[in-house]
Write a protein that binds this ligand. Structure first.
Ligand SMILES: NC(=O)C1=CN([C@@H]2O[C@H](COP(=O)(O)OP(=O)(O)OC[C@H]3O[C@@H](n4cnc5c(N)ncnc54)[C@H](O)[C@@H]3O)[C@@H](O)[C@H]2O)C=CC1
Length: 445
């Protein structure tokens, strides 16, 4: 478990505060240097492999794929207090969020510029991430992985170690106000310990990352291909090499909506010319996606955050790959197919490509061309209105799939049902990969 006193020297960071500095009293002072040298375990750009997701649906929004199975162990005393706080403030979450940001911007106006001008639905992402982490304080491997990513990802916002105490004070201030019926020194101490741990892991991960990667990349649009009325394939050239793995995604900011970042999966495996491409669908009220589809043109310059995600090919096995791509979710699936091809493997790859209508099947020509070139690849299109069934149900008609690794990419509802269908067809959870449902809520909007 992640209780500060016992496991703060745990797997991936050794410099984390042991929690005693903040217990119940004043605020902590974060260390500013990573204890783990670059190239050490915590310096790995790839998240450590995790066990299968077995969390109940209510928690799925938080944890990425292949999360650790909930162990049948008792929650730590801090976790109990944290969850009691969360239960107390849950019904007034909106008020907690507003109060938290009001406190933060009034007490620390210098932090306002780190956030978008218009604080829309994404305004509560910081608070949500912190609460999420606190709630899972006992689930060390998942949490450390999640927080390291979060810490690295925060570099592009200009977040610095000295900002963390300010955020922590306001977090506790907001919780204290809205959980006043239960709040007391024990609660405060538990939250201080949890936040100290959380922020130290994030600070360490950011510091390690700073030694080897920029906080963000500039990327110039070099091609813009409008495939349907609302889907575009956007190709960009980053200003410096951008290392990533097929199946991963990045965060992207457009010049039209400063400091609003959205996630997009890479639509190709790494290319020798260094170009990156994304499939973008403009959705109603999707500021970033709308701008990318209808406004972006060659010559425009975007910003990219670091790569993230573990929906990558396991090259240590020669098992077949069963891939479900729904709508623009076909983008990372195409990248995975290219990755298998480049490794020269002869593993069977079965792609089910789902769309609502045949017009929405905007990348079928590319997928069929790949099928023609690779005898080990099979591509099946599933069009809802013709098949009268949705993509996840289609795979139940084929198989058996129990010898395959599965990859699922598309809208969150499709991923949930797809995972169910795959489990039903005999694929163990740890061999089903998909991006975090939490991240997907803002993918592509
Ligand atoms: N890494 C990932 O997982 C990626 C996810 N996406 C997400 O994929 C989505 C694509 O949107 P669109 O192209 O508009 O797709 P869409 O909404 O048109 O759906 C595409 C396919 O998914 C199936 N589907 C949709 N909702 C379903 C549900 N609740 N249950 C079962 N099947 C369902 C449909 O039958 C259809 O075949 C976006 O939400 C985007 O954020 C996009 C790229 C990468």
């Amino acid at each position: 478990m992640f209780e500060a006193r016992h496991t703060m020297d745990a797997p991936t960071t050794t410099s984390a505060d042991n929690g005693t500095s903040g217990g119940g009293g004043g605020w902590f002072t974060p260390h500013q240097q990573p204890a783990t040298p670059p190239g050490g375990e915590s310096a790995s750009p790839e998240p450590a492999p995790m066990a299968p997701e077995t969390t109940p649906p209510a928690e799925q929004h938080v944890l990425s794929q292949r999360t650790a199975p909930a162990r049948a162990q008792e929650a730590s005393p801090d976790a109990v207090l944290i969850r009691r706080t969360m239960a107390e403030v849950g019904p007034v979450a909106d008020k907690v969020t507003s109060y938290f940001y009001a406190l933060l911007f009034v007490r620390h106006p210098e932090l306002r510029s780190l956030f978008p001008a218009a604080m829309d639905t994404q305004r509560d992402r910081l608070l949500k991430a912190l609460l999420t982490a606190a709630e899972h304080i006992d689930n060390t491997p998942v949490l450390v992985d999640y927080l390291q990513n979060l810490g690295r990802g925060h570099r592009k916002y200009g977040t610095r170690p000295e900002h963390y105490p300010a955020v922590g004070e306001c977090l506790i201030g907001a919780l204290k106000k809205y959980a006043e019926h239960i709040w007391g020194p024990a609660f405060e101490a538990a939250w201080v310990r949890a936040y100290t741990t959380i922020s130290q892991v994030m600070i360490d991960a950011a510091a390690v990352d700073e030694l080897r990667a920029p906080a963000w990349w500039y990327a110039e649009v070099v091609a813009h291909d409008l495939r349907t009325r609302d889907v575009a394939v956007v190709t960009v050239r980053p200003d410096q090499p951008y290392p990533f793995l097929a199946g991963q995604y990045t965060s992207l900011e457009t010049p039209w909506w400063p400091r609003i970042w959205r996630h997009y999966s890479f639509a190709s495996a790494p290319r020798s010319d260094g170009l990156l491409s994304f499939h973008v669908k403009a959705v109603p009220a999707g500021w970033v996606s709308g701008a990318l589809v209808h406004r972006a043109r060659p010559g425009d310059v975007l910003r990219l955050g670091p790569p993230s995600g573990s929906m990558t090919v396991d090259h240590t096995t020669d098992r077949g790959l069963l891939c479900l791509g729904g709508g623009t979710g076909i983008a990372p699936i195409k990248a995975l197919v290219e990755d298998v091809a480049e490794h020269g493997e002869r593993r069977p790859v079965e792609v089910f490509y789902g769309a609502r209508t045949d017009i929405d099947l905007y990348d079928i020509d590319t997928m069929l061309r790949l099928q023609q070139s690779h005898p080990w690849l099979s591509v099946r299109a599933v069009i809802d209105e013709q098949a009268r069934l949705q993509l996840p149900d289609a795979i139940r008609r084929y198989g058996p799939w129990n010898e395959y690794d599965a990859y699922v990419s598309g809208p969150p509802g499709m991923i949930r049902k797809g995972v169910d269908a795959l489990r039903d067809s005999g694929i163990p959870s740890e061999r089903i990969r998909h991006d975090s449902l939490e991240e997907l809520v803002v993918i592509g909007d």
